[in-house]
Every structure is written in C-alpha cells, then in structure tokens.
Ligand binder design. Sequence first.
Ligand code: SAM
Length: 374
Amino acid sequence: MTSDSMNEMVIFIQSPPGLSEVVLNEWTDKAALLQISYQVLKFEQSGIEIQTDQASLAMILPYLKTPNRVLIRLEHFKARDFPKLFSKTKKMNWLKWMADVPEKIRVTSSQSRLIHSDRIEETVRDAIAQYFRAQPPKKVLQQKWSEAPSELFVRLLDDEVLFSIDAAGERLGVRGYRNHVGPASMRENLAAACLSAFLQNETLKGPFTLADPMMGAGTILLEASEWNRPNLGRLYYFIHWNSISATSVDLATNELMLIGSDLNPKMIETTKLNIANLKTQKREWKIILEDFLKSNTQLPDVQWVLSNAPYGERLEVQEGFFKNMIPALKRKYPNARIALLMPSDKWNLTKSKNQKIVDFKNSGLEVSLREIMT
Ligand SMILES: C[S@@+](CC[C@H](N)C(=O)[O-])C[C@H]1O[C@@H](n2cnc3c(N)ncnc32)[C@H](O)[C@@H]1O
C-alpha cells in the first residue's frame, strides 16, 4: 500500500434537497482549481459519494459553500441485535477520530431490526465510552477534540450499520462572518447555491456587478463576495484534528461591485455589521436604504440581480407587492439579468414570464429560483 492509498477515504457530500447538481458543479469546479484528485462513486438526490484522500479533503473543505455537510465514512457492518452493535462499535479505532464520546450522535434507522433510535444511540455511546476507558487518550488529543469536536452519524439500513463523522464538525453553512441575521434570513449555503445556479461558476470568478434589492442581512451578497475564497472564519474538525494548515489562496481575485438595499433600516445596519467581518480585498459595497417599489433611480450598470423576496408569511408584504415587484425591478435595473427566489405557489401572483433555474426546499417550503424573461 502506498502512503497515498493509506490516506484514501470515502466522503459523502450532503446536499440540500433538490440541489445536488449544483453541489456537484461546485465540487468539480473547485477541485479542478485546487488540483485535487478524486473519483465520484455515486450521485444521489441527497448528495454525492466521493473517494479522495485526506490532504485533498483538507484542502477543499473550506472552499465548499453549497453543501449542508461533508461526512467522512468510517466503517460499516451488519448488526441485528444490540449486543452485536455494542461489541462491533467498541472494536472500532475511535482514537483515530476523536478523544471522547461525541456530544451529538445522530441516528437514523429504516428497514432494520434495530429501529429504536434512542436505544441505538445509548448503545453506541456506551460502547465508545468503554473504548475510551480502556485506552484513555493523551491530554493533547483531548484538548484538540474539545476545541473542534464533531458530530457522529449512525445510519442503519437493511441491518447494515454505517458510521460517519462530520468533516467540518458542524453544518458547513456556519461561516463565522454572518453573525447577524434578519427575521427571514436564508441559510448561507442556500444563498451560495442560488448564486452558483444563476450566475454559473465561471461568472462568479468575476468581475461583475450584483445587486440584491431585498437583501435582509446581506446573505446573497456576502456569499458572492466569498465564493472564491476559503472560509477560514471558523474551525473545521478534520483539519484541526489532523493538525493540517488550511490552504488560504483565493481561487479568483477579480473585482466585484456589490449593491444591497432594503426598506428596513435595521437590515441596513445588520448587513453593514456582517460586511465588517469580511477581510476580502477588491470588493466595492453600496448599501442603500430604499423601497425599490418607490425608487426613481435607475442602475443601468448592474449586470445581475438576485434576491430572496419576502414570502408574505414571516414577513408581511405591501398590497399588490407580487404584481408590482417585477415591473419595478425591470425599471430599476434595465440591463440586468434578474432572478428571484420565491415559494413555488407565489410565482403565479407575479403574472410574469419566467424561466425555472432550480426548485428546492427552504426550511421545508417548496421554493423556486426563476429568471425573469423580457
Ligand atoms: C426574505 S427577506 C430577505 C432575506 C435575505 N436574503 C437574508 O438572507 O437575510 C426579504 C427582505 O425584503 C425586504 N423588503 C420587503 N419589501 C421591500 C421593498 N419594497 N423594498 C426593499 N426591501 C423590501 C424586507 O425588509 C426583508 O428584509
């Protein structure tokens, strides 16, 4: 076995529902730019199984913006009863991955004899605890684990138990820069996926001018700013645990003009606080307090408009909002390609000609990202 093949691992890039193609596109593009080696093993609606090596995973992880999680497959075995689950779990090489029983263990089970998830979790906890009692980890490992612990995933399907650990430690969408949110802010990785699906990865390398006229906490614009940069504003379990230095090169350094507006003064302050957390050069920001429905200023230089409209549920909207929105956007941004994210059932209220980019679920709600056609 070569040292490379010793470090081979299988990972599962977990995608938000409906967005696995977007997630694979991001992986493919960034893997090529970082020159990492990998092989796609399986493409599913819930994500992509990939074979790669430890160094490649550590390199690409902070660059990935669209997945929910990246799971490292640890081991799998058959278990039809609890004593077997316990003894097999206890025999695994836990010290390679952790120094204590993980605080969060997530269990799913279907079509298996062991179905009671609480009891499965308890058995796994007891087995790992007994393993560590028999071989207590060194202080330095305990310290590392406590600084960047991870979540353990146990999946039972057809009596096959599969253990995985979250390579990032927690949701990949946790960036470390968007510390302030609005009442209807979207998850960072969904904003990144909308950008990637609409602008396409080549365009995202810049330069370009992008506006979000209903920016809320600025999530879409922040994601556009950081698309080509590793997110080093947080720790990643796998990188920290293996004492690897994260790569910090920008994959593209082109200039961007990012224009955000909102009618809520609180959102203006919120976005400004989030922008202040970024260290990125070559970004020009314009943050404007404005109701775009009543605006008389045109922005002919804006090339792209991407916005997450209020759904009229968590945030109320003005009378006739959905009908007036699109003519107002077209007036304000006469030369831009415009796309909006809205619940699928609200699109008919806009009476617009539009083209689907991608449909997916946002907090359980069916939403549709569409481009406005002229
Ligand atoms: C769904 S939220 C946007 C969330 C944002 N993508 C984020 O992640 O924080 C919609 C935003 O549109 C703003 N809004 C609603 N009507 C508007 C209008 N006519 N002009 C400008 N902003 C408006 C609301 O104040 C709200 O912040």
